[in-house]
Design a protein around this ligand. Structure first.
Ligand SMILES: Cc1cc2nc3c(=O)[nH]c(=O)nc-3n(C[C@H](O)[C@H](O)[C@H](O)COP(=O)(O)OP(=O)(O)OC[C@H]3O[C@@H](n4cnc5c(N)ncnc54)[C@H](O)[C@@H]3O)c2cc1C
Length: 412
C-alpha cells in the first residue's frame, strides 16, 4: 500500500530535525525516516560505567545563531569551558585569551612566548573583525583557504605553527588548513561571541531537545531509505508518496541517494577517553601542542566543565587526533604526559572513538556558506555539507531547506 504525506524528511541528524521543526511549525504534513535506531546522527553520547562518552569530542557554542530558534539552551544545563586556550611550548603553558573578553590581552600577557607583539595585535584584529562585522560583509570578502587568510593577515610562521594550526586543526578537523576562509570567519565569530560548553546529559541532549516538540508518531527509526525519486521515497517497508523530499543524510549517504550532487571529501577524527583520579589541570580549558609534534590536536579535562561526565571521584580526559591514521593509545598517553607536564601512568584508557567521516571538507569556494538546496522536481538537500561544517551549519541548513520547501508547496 502506498503511504502519503506532503514532505518526507530523510535523516534524523540535526539538519533533518531542524527541517522537521520548521515544517511542523508551518502545519505541513510531514514524516521523518531515520536509518539508525536513534536521532542525532553524528551527535551521540554513550553512557558507560558512569562516564558520558560523546562519539568524538565535540562542543556546543552558545553563539550559534540558529540554536535560539530551536531550543532554550538553559534546558541543557551546560557546563562551560574557560574561554581561550592553553598552549604547551617546551616547559611553558601559555594562555591565549579571547580578544573580545579581555581586549588588552588581560593581566596574563596573552600569547607572550608565541609570535611577536605585532602577531598578537593582528590576530586580535582578525578575531574582532570576524566577531563584529555583519555576516554579509564577512562572506563578501574574497574567499581563500584558512592558511592563506592567516598569512595574508600578516601573521608570522611562529604564531601559525605554534598556536593557530594546532588549535584550528582540531576545530576544523583539517590539519592542512585548506578550509574556506569564510568558514574560518564564522568559527572565529562564534568563538569570540559565545561560550563553549557541554550539556550535563552529554551532547546527545542537543538533538533530544530539538526533537522534543515533534510528535513521536511522525518519526520512524530503523527505516533506511533505499531510493529517492521525484514524488516518492522507497523503503524496505514500501513506498511513501509525497510532494517534496528533504534528503538530510550525511554527505557519503547523500552522494548515494542523490548521485547528481558533487562528491564531498570527509575529514577523520579520533578521540581517546582516559579517566584519572587527579585532574591534570584545575580548569576546563582546551590544551594544544605548540611544539609542532602534530600528534595530538587537543586535550581537555571534560569533567572540569561538566562534572556529570565522570563518576564521583574520577575525572574524564578527552584527547583528539585529526586525520585517518590514529596513533596507538600508549603513544597518545606519552604525549599527554608531556602536554600536561605530569605522569599519566596510572590513567585508565576507557575507549578510543574513531569517526572516519566526521566532517565534510570545505575548501573554497563554499558558495557563501549557502549552497543551493532545491534540486528540482520536489527534491531538496540539507546537511552540514550545504552550509558550514558544524552544528550551526547543520541546523541552519535544515531550517533554510524547509523554508525553500514551504515556498515551493505554496507556489507549486
Ligand atoms: C567527532 C566530531 C566532532 C565534531 N565537533 C564539532 C564541534 O565541536 N562543533 C560543531 O559545531 N560541530 C562539530 N561537529 C560537526 C557536527 O556534529 C555535524 O556537522 C552535524 O552533527 C551534522 O549534522 P547533519 O544533520 O548534517 O548530519 P548527520 O548528523 O550525519 O545526520 C544524518 C542522518 O541521516 C541518517 N541517514 C543516513 N543515510 C540514511 C538513509 N539512507 N535513510 C535514512 N536515514 C539516513 C544517519 O543515520 C544520520 O542520523 C563534529 C562532528 C564530529 C563527528
Amino acid at each position: 500500500m502506498l503511504a502519503e504525506t506532503d514532505v518526507v524528511v530523510v535523516g534524523g541528524g540535526l539538519a533533518g530535525l531542524a527541517a522537521a521543526r520548521r515544517l511542523h511549525r508551518a502545519g505541513v504534513p510531514w514524516r521523518l525516516l531515520e536509518a539508525g535506531g536513534r536521532l542525532g546522527g553524528r551527535v551521540a553520547t554513550d553512557a558507560v560505567d558512569g562516564y558520558l562518552l560523546d562519539r568524538g569530542f565535540q562542543v556546543l557554542n552558545t553563539a550559534y545563531p540558529r540554536l535560539g530558534t530551536l531550543l532554550d539552551t538553559d534546558r541543557l544545563d551546560l557546563g562551560h569551558f574557560t574561554s581561550g586556550v592553553l598552549v604547551r611550548k617546551g616547559d611553558d603553558l601559555i594562555r591565549l585569551v579571547n580578544p573580545l573578553r579581555e581586549p588588552t590581552g588581560g593581566p596574563r600577557t596573552a600569547l607572550a612566548g608565541i609570535g611577536s607583539l605585532l602577531d598578537r595585535l593582528r590576530f586580535a584584529a582578525l578575531a574582532t573583525g570576524s566577531a563584529t562585522l555583519p555576516t554579509g560583509r564577512l562572506l563578501a570578502a574574497p574567499e581563500t583557504t584558512t592558511e592563506e587568510a592567516l598569512r595574508s593577515a600578516g601573521l608570522s610562521d611562529a604564531i601559525i605553527e605554534e598556536l593557530l594550526r594546532p588549535f584550528l586543526s582540531g576545530v576544523l578537523i583539517d590539519r592542512e588548513l585548506e578550509t574556506s576562509s569564510h568558514v574560518l570567519a564564522m568559527v572565529l565569530r562564534s568563538f569570540a561571541r559565545g561560550r563553549i560548553g557541554l550539556p550535563a546529559e552529554g551532547m546527545a541532549a542537543l538533538p533530544r531537545a530539538i526533537a522534543d516538540p515533534l510528535p513521536a508518531d511522525l518519526i520512524e527509526l530503523d527505516t533506511p531509505v533505499a531510493e529517492v525519486l521525484p514524488g516518492r521515497v522507497r523503503t524496505q517497508a514500501g513506498d511513501i508518496r509525497c510532494r517534496a523530499v528533504v534528503v538530510a543524510v550525511d554527505p557519503p549517504a547523500a552522494a548515494t541517494l542523490l548521485p547528481a550532487l558533487p562528491a564531498v571529501r570527509m575529514h577523520s577524527y579520533t578521540t581517546y577517553y582516559h579517566s584519572s583520579q587527579e585532574a591534570p589541570l584545575d580548569e576546563p580549558i582546551l590544551l594544544v601542542d605548540g611544539d609542532r609534534r602534530e600528534i595530538v590536536a587537543n586535550t581537555v579535562v571534560i569533567s572540569r566543565a561538566a562534572p556529570t561526565y565522570a563518576p564521583a571521584g574520577r575525572h574524564l580526559v578527552a584527547t583528539s587526533v585529526v586525520g585517518p591514521s590514529a596513533p596507538p593509545e600508549p603513544a597518545v598517553r606519552a604525549e599527554l604526559a608531556r602536554l600536561y607536564g605530569r605522569s599519566t601512568a596510572d590513567w585508565t584508557h576507557l575507549t578510543t572513538v574513531s569517526i572516519p567521516d566526521a566532517l565534510p571538507a570545505a575548501p573554497p569556494p563554499q558558495g557563501r556558506l549557502r549552497k543551493p538546496v532545491a534540486l528540482g522536481e520536489g527534491l531538496f538537500v540539507a546537511g552540514d555539507h550545504r552550509d558550514s561544517p558544524s552544528i550551526q551549519g547543520a541546523l541552519a541548513s535544515g531550517w533554510r531547506t524547509a523554508g525553500a520547501v514551504l515556498v515551493e508547496l505554496r507556489t507549486g
